[in-house]
Design a protein around this ligand. Structure first.
Ligand code: TXA
Ligand code: MG
Length: 355
C-alpha cells in the first residue's frame, strides 16, 4: 500500500507530522514521491544503493539513465562536488532554488554509483517548492529523484498521476497539490569548449541563461543535436521515447493556423475511417474547431506557460478517454514553447508533419 501524506503549508500546522514521517521513510531507504515546482519526483536517499536501485525498478527505468540529485541548501554542494567556478556560481545564484539542473563533476564515493549511471558527473538541482525543500532538509540526505512516472509515461503534475503509475510500488506520496511549471527542469552542462550546453530544455529558458551569463555561448539542443553521435547523447535520458500517451500522435506544424487545422482534420478523418478513437490536442484559441471523439484545449497560445502547465495532464487525459490516435497542433518555439515542443515531438515519437 502506498501512503498519501496531504501537505498544505498554508494551513495552520501544515501537517508537520506527515512531512516528518515522509522524511523518516527516505532516511530508512524507502521511496517517497514529492511535489516540486516542475513535476512530482520519486525520491530516495542518493547515497543508498539499495534505495536507488528500487527507483529504477519501480519506474522500469533503464539503468544507463542517470538521476538528478536534489538538495535543500547551498552548503550541501560541498559534499557532492568541487567548489564551483565563477560561471557555475553565477548560475546557482541566479536560478536556485528553481528549475535548473547543473551537471557537475561528482566527488568520488559520496553517491551510489547507480545515481550517476557510471558517469563522472552528477546533475544537481535545488527545487523551488517549500514542501520539497522541507522534506529534503528533514531527510538529511541528498535526494535522488527522477520524475515519479513509470518510464515512458507522461511526467506527473498531480499526486493522482503518481498513484496512477506507482500505487503499490512505492512507500508513499507527499501530496502538495499540482506542480507549477508543469515541465521538467532545464539540464545544462559546461562543455570543454567553454560553452553552456542545454542538454534538456525546461523551466528555465535559453534567453534567461544568456541574460545571466552574457559572456558565455549558450547552445540549445536543436543547434547541438546534429553534432552529437547518436549513440552517445550527452543527457542519456534524451535518447529514450518519452512522455508518450498510449495512442499514436501526429504533430502538425506550420506557419499559419488554418492550413495546420485543415491538415489535422484530414489526419483525424482518416484515422476515424480506420476505426480509431480520435483525439485533438489544441489551444483555447482553436477550441471546438475540429471534429474528434475527444478534444483537449491545453492553455492559450497567448501565454505558453499555461500550455506547459497543462501538457502532461492533457496527455494522460487522452489515455483515460481511450483515444488511439491524436492530432496535435504545434505551438511557437519561443520561450517555454521550445520545451513544450521538445516534449510534443517526443510524445509524437518523431511523427511530425511540417506544412
Ligand atoms: O524537473 C526535474 O528535473 C524533475 C524533478 C523531479 O526534479 N526530475 C527529472 O528527472 O526530470 P529525470 O530523471 O526524469 O530526468 C533527468 C535528466 C535525464 O535526461 C538525464 O539523462 C539527465 O537529466 N542527467 C542526469 N544526470 C546527468 C549527467 N550526469 N549528465 C548528463 N545528463 C544527466
Ligand atoms: Mg522523467
Amino acid at each position: 500500500m502506498t501512503k498519501v501524506w496531504k501537505i498544505d503549508l498554508s494551513a495552520s500546522g501544515g501537517n508537520a507530522d506527515g512531512l516528518r514521517e515522509a522524511a523518516e521513510s527516505l532516511r530508512e531507504g524507502k521511496l517517497v514521491a514529492f511535489p516540486t515546482e516542475t513535476v512530482y519526483g520519486l525520491g530516495a536517499d542518493a547515497a543508498n544503493t539499495e534505495a536507488v536501485s528500487a527507483i529504477f525498478a519501480a519506474k522500469g527505468r533503464p539503468s544507463d539513465n542517470p538521476l538528478i540529485v536534489h538538495i535543500a541548501e547551498r552548503s550541501q554542494l560541498a559534499e557532492l562536488t568541487a567548489p564551483p567556478d565563477e560561471a557555475v556560481s553565477r548560475l546557482l545564484d541566479v536560478f536556485w532554488p528553481g528549475p535548473l539542473t547543473v551537471v557537475l563533476p561528482v566527488l568520488p564515493g559520496v553517491l551510489s554509483p547507480l545515481v550517476t549511471a557510471g558517469l563522472p558527473t552528477v546533475g544537481l538541482r535545488m527545487p523551488d517548492h517549500p514542501v520539497a525543500l522541507q522534506l529534503i532538509a528533514a531527510s538529511g540526505c541528498p535526494v535522488a529523484a527522477p520524475s515519479a512516472n513509470r518510464s515512458g509515461r507522461p511526467s506527473p503534475t498531480h499526486a493522482a498521476h503518481v498513484l496512477e503509475d506507482l500505487d503499490g510500488r512505492i512507500a508513499g506520496v507527499v501530496d502538495g497539490g499540482p506542480t507549477g511549471v508543469g515541465l521538467e527542469s532545464t539540464v545544462v552542462e559546461f562543455g570543454a569548449d567553454g560553452a553552456l550546453h542545454i542538454l534538456r530544455p525546461g523551466g528555465i529558458i535559453a534567453a534567461q541563461l544568456r541574460a545571466a551569463l552574457p559572456d558565455v555561448t549558450v547552445l540549445e539542443p536543436s543547434a547541438d543535436e546534429h553534432k552529437q553521435e547518436p549513440e552517445a547523447p550527452r543527457a542519456p535520458g534524451m535518447k529514450y521515447a518519452h512522455y508518450a500517451p498510449r495512442g499514436a500522435m501526429v504533430l502538425v506544424q506550420g506557419g499559419a493556423a488554418e492550413p495546420v487545422l485543415a491538415r489535422m482534420q484530414r489526419e483525424l478523418d482518416e484515422a476515424r475511417s480506420r476505426g480509431e478513437r480520435t483525439g485533438v490536442f489544441t489551444y483555447r484559441e482553436h477550441a471546438g474547431r475540429l471534429r474528434a471523439d475527444h478534444e483537449v484545449a491545453c492553455g492559450t497560445l497567448g501565454d505558453l506557460d499555461t500550455v506547459a502547465r497543462g501538457l502532461y495532464a492533457a496527455l494522460r487525459e487522452f489515455d483515460e478517454a481511450g483515444v488511439s490516435f491524436i492530432a496535435a497542433e504545434a505551438c511557437p518555439e519561443q520561450g517555454i514553447g521550445a520545451a513544450v515542443m521538445n516534449r510534443l515531438r517526443k510524445a509524437a515519437g518523431g511523427r511530425i508533419v511540417r506544412i
